[in-house]
Design a binder for this molecule. Structure first.
Ligand code: NAD
Length: 365
């Protein structure tokens, strides 16, 4: 096992560690202190089970473990899946000291967390993320949810895990497209909070794409540190936490308009960040050269930077349906320098429309 980095998400009595390292899964006793009783219930899917269930079981030698595989993908993050898992817990005789373990990407972590938040009014929850997006984003911060046919993540709870086991070795089997989608969120942290990290990403992107373990561990740890700091300040998203949505209002609209099929979430966020950078500079807040740097890094990561052909009107309407709208004004996270971001409802509509119509000219001269 490589050296580990331990971070703490400091939320008073709900504080928890994030253990980051390569080869963590399989270490005996890894999870002992986080499983309160003698039972655990692992939620995963077949693709992840085949690769990582055995190592996880080796980390739980003293516990009675049951596991359930759900279907693969966003389409299974539903109340139906939730009900099936609840039936398994009840018929399996799981009591209040059982621990729910989410082993997989963000879909698994989100639904497993919601199960943990609600089974017998809340039982211990452990996150074992296996995608880059889940390692740097969804496993940290306590947002859990399932989707409703009318919208993503409409049913859920804030519920913090007891610990996060971030084994970067799991990224070695992740499809490249999913790795790149996770990189979009990593780049986001640099843009919104840490200019030096953005510079580091600029210099080390090739190492990350080549799965260099040291570089990945640094990127995951820095991302988690930034997310933890934001969540510690604003756990329930009444203020600062909104900056984590940089690129997401545009991104969610693109996902919705393309039927949630054409773009991965991280790819939509990548285009959304290019749009947010473009708007920030059109509005005169962000130097054009910085907007170009943001677009350039996203493009070098192999992520899309050009929106699919959707009309500005359709985008405005889709953004109007977004949860981040208050009193009819579109609230967007924009940046005035790499390393800072803020939520604003003051962006001029003319500039928003220009950004939505810019196409391949986003962030251009
Ligand atoms: N809770 C939060 O704060 C938060 C934040 C961001 C996103 N999310 C949610 O996360 C979800 C997206 O997560 P995701 O991008 O991880 O997608 P995902 O969970 O669908 O995983 C992507 C794909 O990778 C596969 N996979 C997972 N780990 C693998 C591995 N190590 N090797 C090979 N294949 C592997 C999965 O089976 C799946 O096909 C969305 O539902 C989104 O709403 C939640």
């Amino acid at each position: 096992m490589a050296a580990t980095t331990d971070l703490v998400v400091d939320l008073g009595e709900r504080s928890y560690p994030i253990r980051i390292g390569r080869g963590l899964l399989g270490c005996p006793g890894l999870l002992d202190e986080y499983v309160p009783g003698k039972q655990a219930f692992i939620v995963t899917n077949e693709a992840v089970r085949d690769r990582y269930l055995d190592p996880l079981l080796a980390s739980l030698p003293r516990v009675d473990v049951e596991y359930a595989c759900i279907g693969d993908g966003e389409a299974f993050k539903t109340l139906d899946t939730y009900a099936t898992l609840m039936d398994r817990l009840v018929t399996g005789g799981h009591n209040r000291t059982t621990a729910i373990i989410g082993l997989g990407g963000g879909v698994i972590g989100d639904i497993a967390g919601f199960i943990a938040a609600t089974y017998q009014r809340g039982v211990a929850f452990i996150q074992v993320p296996t995608t880059l997006l889940a390692l740097v984003d969804s496993s940290v911060g306590g947002k859990t949810a399932v989707n409703h046919p009318r919208g993503k993540n409409l049913i859920g709870a804030f519920y913090q895990p007891r610990c996060v086991i971030a084994d970067i070795g799991t990224l070695e089997t992740l499809p490249t497209r999913e790795l790149k989608a996770g990189l979009a969120e990593v780049i986001k942290y640099g843009v919104i909070r840490d200019a030096a990290f953005f510079d580091w990403l600029d210099d080390n992107l090739d190492r990350l794409l080549a799965l260099d373990a040291t570089a990945l561990a640094h990127a995951v740890a820095t991302s988690c540190r930034i997310k933890a700091a934001v969540v510690q300040t604003d756990e329930r998203e009444t203020g600062l936490r909104a900056i984590l949505n940089f690129g997401h209002t545009f991104g969610h609209a693109l996902e919705a308009l393309t039927g949630y099929e054409r773009l991965l979430h991280g790819e939509a966020v990548a285009i959304g960040m290019v749009m947010a950078a473009d708007l920030s500079s059109r509005w005169g807040k962000l130097p054009r050269a910085d907007a170009r740097r943001i677009r350039g890094l996203i493009a070098r990561a192999g992520l899309p930077v050009k929106p699919p052909p959707v009309s500005a009107d359709a985008m405005l309407e889709a953004m109007g349906m977004d949860k981040k709208v208050v009193d009819g004004r579109i609230r967007l996270v924009l940046t005035d320098a790499i390393g800072t971001a803020a939520l604003t409802d003051q962006a001029p509509e003319v500039a928003i429309r220009e950004t939505l119509e810019a196409g391949d000219a986003l962030c251009a001269e």
